[in-house]
Design a protein around this ligand. Structure first.
Ligand SMILES: C[C@@]1(CC(=O)O)C2=NC(=C\c3[nH]c(c(CCC(=O)O)c3CC(=O)O)Cc3[nH]c(c(CC(=O)O)c3CCC(=O)O)/C=C3\N/C(=C\2)[C@@H](CCC(=O)O)[C@]3(C)CC(=O)O)/[C@H]1CCC(=O)O
Ligand SMILES: NC(=O)c1ccc[n+]([C@@H]2O[C@H](COP(=O)([O-])OP(=O)(O)OC[C@H]3O[C@@H](n4cnc5c(N)ncnc54)[C@H](O)[C@@H]3O)[C@@H](O)[C@H]2O)c1
Length: 257
């Protein structure tokens, strides 16, 4: 810290979560690298078209074409693929032809389309990273071009450190936030600030395990405390939940007697 402010550390990338859902992405080449890119894109709900002669498609890409997960153009890349009416939001190339790669890159720049040219870092508007995925949680590791394989190893280490059920607990937090906005729908800056303060306290106080164990009823009970501005502990709202009612009154026998 200098003068109390964070120090600038240039030379990094701007890491964002790109909302590519329902947007058109052109993947050029259909080998192993393309297969990895395509999976990343499908995980983000993009509309994917792969352009590659069919004999160049690897088994995974062939499978995705057959399943209708992606469209396929059975030929090499042509400039018409990037005409404005195609509405291409992003281009990824993964081809074994450096000359063609550079031509494609130049064309993408002319058409102002962001592109990643596998193998050629200077011809990339963005790099891929190694991603840990658990439901709504995504953690991307980038070494900024220094060591992609090291990025993958670090991603695995991080994934192993996280408590089991982390992704599910985040889903619960999402549900809780939506419920809170239904109970307290105010759009004024004071409403927003109050909602954020309360939600931050809940996130700080409750553990992954507690969020995971939270039922629909528990959530309703929890948001009831919003008005008072207090954050109850998990134990204090649990007795009101349906699940506990069931366990308390269950005598261990099954049947209709
Ligand atoms: C993370 C990951 C994501 C993904 O691709 O989805 C990714 N590369 C992965 C694997 C990998 N790539 C390579 C190897 C062989 C071993 C090695 O060379 O290290 C392995 C390891 C393997 O295959 O096991 C070869 C390679 N990669 C690049 C070059 C060009 C160069 O460096 O000049 C060369 C050839 C160099 C040469 O000619 O020798 C360049 C890039 N690769 C990047 C990303 C970007 C920087 C990310 C970062 O720095 O963090 C960047 C800059 C651009 C980009 O591609 O976006 C994915 C792991 C995913 C996972 O498993 O989780
Ligand atoms: N993550 C990374 O950055 C990374 C990792 C490993 C390899 N690479 C590099 O990425 C490139 C692709 O690797 P791969 O293993 O998938 O190769 P690959 O040989 O399996 O696939 C290349 C594909 O490109 C197709 N192709 C060639 N020219 C084309 C054109 N003009 N239009 C459309 N399709 C065309 C071929 O038919 C083939 O399907 C290679 O240059 C490789 O060195 C990058």
């Amino acid at each position: 810290m200098v003068a109390g402010f964070p120090e600038v550390q240039g030379g990094g990338s701007l890491i964002l979560a790109w909302q590519i859902k329902n947007k058109n992405v052109l993947v050029i080449g259909g080998g192993e690298v393309a297969a990895g890119r395509i999976l990343n894109l499908l995980n983000a709900d993009a509309n994917v078209t792969v352009v590659c002669p069919k004999e160049g498609l690897n088994d995974e890409v062939k499978y995705r074409v057959k399943q209708g997960q992606i469209k396929h153009l059975d030929r090499i890349f042509l400039p018409i693929d990037l005409e404005p009416e195609k509405n291409v939001a992003m281009v990824l190339t993964a081809i074994d032809d450096p000359e063609a790669s550079t031509k494609i890159w130049k064309y993408c720049k002319k058409m102002k389309i962001p592109a990643n040219i596998a193998d050629v870092p200077p011809e990339c508007d963005f790099y891929f990273g190694s991603v840990h995925r658990d439901g709504p949680l995504q953690i991307m590791v980038s070494t900024n071009g220094n060591g992609p394989r090291v990025a993958a190893a670090i991603r695995r280490q991080i994934g192993e450190m996280l408590p089991p059920g982390t992704g599910d607990s985040i889903k619960k937090v999402g549900q809780l936030r939506r419920k809170l906005r239904r109970v307290a729908p105010g759009k004024g800056s004071e409403d927003i600030s109050r909602r954020m303060t309360w939600m931050s306290q809940v996130c700080d106080q409750w553990s992954t395990e507690e969020f995971n164990a939270m039922s629909e009823k528990d959530m309703e009970e929890l948001v009831r405390h919003y008005e008072s501005g207090t954050v109850p502990s998990f134990e204090s709202i649990r007795p009101a939940s349906e699940e506990d009612d069931v366990t308390w009154h269950f005598d261990g026998s099954f049947g209709f007697m």
